[in-house]
Design a protein around this ligand. Structure first.
Ligand code: ADP
Ligand code: MG
Length: 538
């Protein structure tokens, strides 16, 4: 009797094994790094991304590019994840992180060609990464919130060569002021810095508002346009009578009865408004509705009111004005009110906003970005967020490092030294790890049209001679002490980039079998279907 074949998986499952799987994954990862490479550094170029609906994004931001590209290849997707993690953890350094991972894998391929086993490579990489973290801590410098100049330089380094370049000094000032303002006992939550965008005027008109800009108009045209010395009530209940939960029938047999019913309702509303008036409030932000009669009464009292303000906005206003969100009118009193110098309705182009500004010591504030076109505004916002992320990160950890490739060269130098203490094969992996780090200054130079070999040789010899902060300054194209040249970055950018790129490189190197369903048979459709994802790379 012939033996029956054993069938493990449906026929349309695609499987790539061994070397092929490894090479294919490495190729995909390299391609991802290659895509963002030209955007690195102050002289990096931008990319124009056009969506299926013809929306255009012009950007230099690694994570934005990769996010918009709808990458399908499973290993390439892992690379995109590095950028996302970097964005979440630091808010900057996404290109750097992806490039290091790409280079780690490219260099690993060289070792694979020399018949070095992936487990040896991954061990070497892991040892190198650990050592790197140790050295990084050693070389980094301490800062405190009082070092405002350094913080501004960090913000400026983040924005050099980006959308905000033209007014980076002003932006740096805004960023440092904003982050320090919302810092609460050493804690920083960037969500407390609201970013609003307004088309019109120029980028340099971007401003910091000590308060909140709400995209709401006042509920009635009869209310005042502007309230000075605002006393703000924040309420999360409606200023209208509750509609009964169950249908109720009211029998009315005479016009008088109807009138008295309506009068009764009006009386209730009047009572509510009276309580607000007694509290001393002249502005109300209400999370729910405000009925017509209440609006009329509020207008008569010259009280400014907005309705249906979202709970998150209400919380921000509360943080900015130090007012409490009140859930019961009986609790409303002058102590619960928030304060702002001015609450005002402002028309910007087509849109109407309520500005709450001049708050004293606000714990939530707004950066209002101006700009000529939407693309400019969006790219300015991305640059600004890089700056905010870097300043926040530097304040949180209190540690910074020299930029312009200085830190990478020093890490590489010390890693090689460390490598000498290891066995032959792992030493090779550590050497490749060091080379991957040098790829950052090489690319910075290349993108600026400077000979990368010259730069690398000079950097290496200067570091060997003990100049540990020597890097390439792309403002004057000189190799110099980048700390003195005020090119400074947060420690966390580098430490996060190294840890996530090593993790992903190791993960990809350990894969020697890729099993993917074609999508039709369901199952692993998340892998993007190997036929297109893989075929496209060959
Ligand atoms: P990422 O997405 O990795 O943050 P960027 O395009 O922002 O990429 O480039 C960051 C790199 O540019 C860092 O290595 C930083 O040190 C470097 N850099 C910033 N300003 C300068 C400068 N003036 N001269 C040289 N290098 C700079
Ligand atoms: Mg950056």
């Amino acid at each position: 009797m012939p033996e029956k074949p054993v069938i493990l998986m449906p026929e349309d499952i695609q499987r790539i094994m061994g070397k092929d799987a490894q090479r294919n994954n490495i190729l995909a990862a390299k391609m991802v790094a290659e895509i963002v490479k030209t955007t690195l550094g102050p002289k990096g170029m931008d990319k124009m991304l056009v969506s299926p609906t013809n929306d255009i994004i012009v950007t230099n931001d690694g994570v934005t590019i990769l996010n918009e590209m709808q990458i399908e290849h499973p290993a390439a997707k892992m690379m995109v994840e590095i950028a996302k993690t970097q964005e979440k953890e630091v808010g900057d350094g996404t290109t750097t992180a992806v490039m290091i991972a790409g280079k780690l894998l490219e260099n690993a391929e060289k070792l694979l060609d020399k018949k070095i086993h992936p487990t040896v490579i991954t061990k070497g990489y892991r040892l190198a990464a650990e050592k790197c973290q140790e050295i990084l801590k050693e070389i980094s410098l301490k800062i405190t919130p009082e070092n405002e100049d350094i913080l501004k330089q960090i913000a400026m380094t983040a924005m050099t060569g980006k959308g905000a370049e033209g007014s980076k000094e002003k932006f740096a000032e805004i960023i440092v002021k904003a982050v320090k303002q919302i810092m609460d006992n050493g804690k920083i939550d960037l969500k407390d810095i609201q970013i609003e965008k307004i088309k019109g005027n120029a980028t340099e008109d971007t401003e910091l508002i000590s308060g909140i800009v709400l995209d709401k108009e006042k509920v009635s045209a009869d209310m005042p346009e502007i309230v000075e010395n605002a006393k703000i009530a924040l309420i999360d209940f409606p200023l209208e009578l509750k509609s009964p939960e169950i249908d109720t029938k009211i029998s009315i047999s005479s016009p008088e009865q109807l009138q008295s019913f309506i009068d009764q309702e009006d009386k209730e509303i009047r009572k509510m408004i009276e309580k607000i008036k007694i509290s001393g409030a002249n502005v109300i932000f209400c999370q729910k509705g405000i009925d017509d009669f209440a609006q009329y009464l509020l207008s008569k009292e010259r009280i400014y009111a907005c309705r249906r303000v979202s709970n998150s906005d209400l919380k921000k206003i509360s943080k900015a004005t130090a007012g409490k969100i009140v859930s019961n009118l009986n609790e409303l009193n002058s102590l619960e009110l928030g304060h702002a110098q001015i609450v005002e309705e402002v028309k910007q182009g087509e849109e109407i906003f309520t500005y709450i500004k001049g708050c004293q010591n606000p714990k939530a504030i707004t950066i209002l970005i101006h700009g000529g076109t939407e693309h400019v505004i969006d790219e300015t916002e991305r640059a600004l967020k890089d700056g905010l992320g870097d300043v926040a990160s530097s304040l949180k950890t209190g540690l910074v490092v020299p930029g312009g490739g200085a830190i990478e060269i020093e890490l590489a130098r010390r890693l090689r030294h460390f490598g000498q203490s290891l066995s032959g094969r792992e030493q090779l992996a550590v050497e490749e790890f060091a080379c991957a780090l040098e790829f950052i200054p090489i690319t910075l130079a290349e993108n600026a049209g400077i000979d990368p070999i010259d730069v690398l040789t000079e950097l290496k010899s200067r570091h060997d001679a003990g100049e540990k902060y020597a890097g390439i300054n792309l403002i004057n194209n000189k190799i110099e002490n980048t700390l003195e040249a005020k090119i400074i970055e947060p420690w966390k950018i580098k430490s996060q980039a190294i840890s996530s790129s090593t993790e992903v490189a190791i993960m990809i190197l350990r894969i020697d079998d890729v099993i993917a369903s074609s999508g039709k048979s369901g199952g692993m459709t998340g892998m993007g279907g190997m036929p297109q994802g893989y075929g496209g790379l060959d």
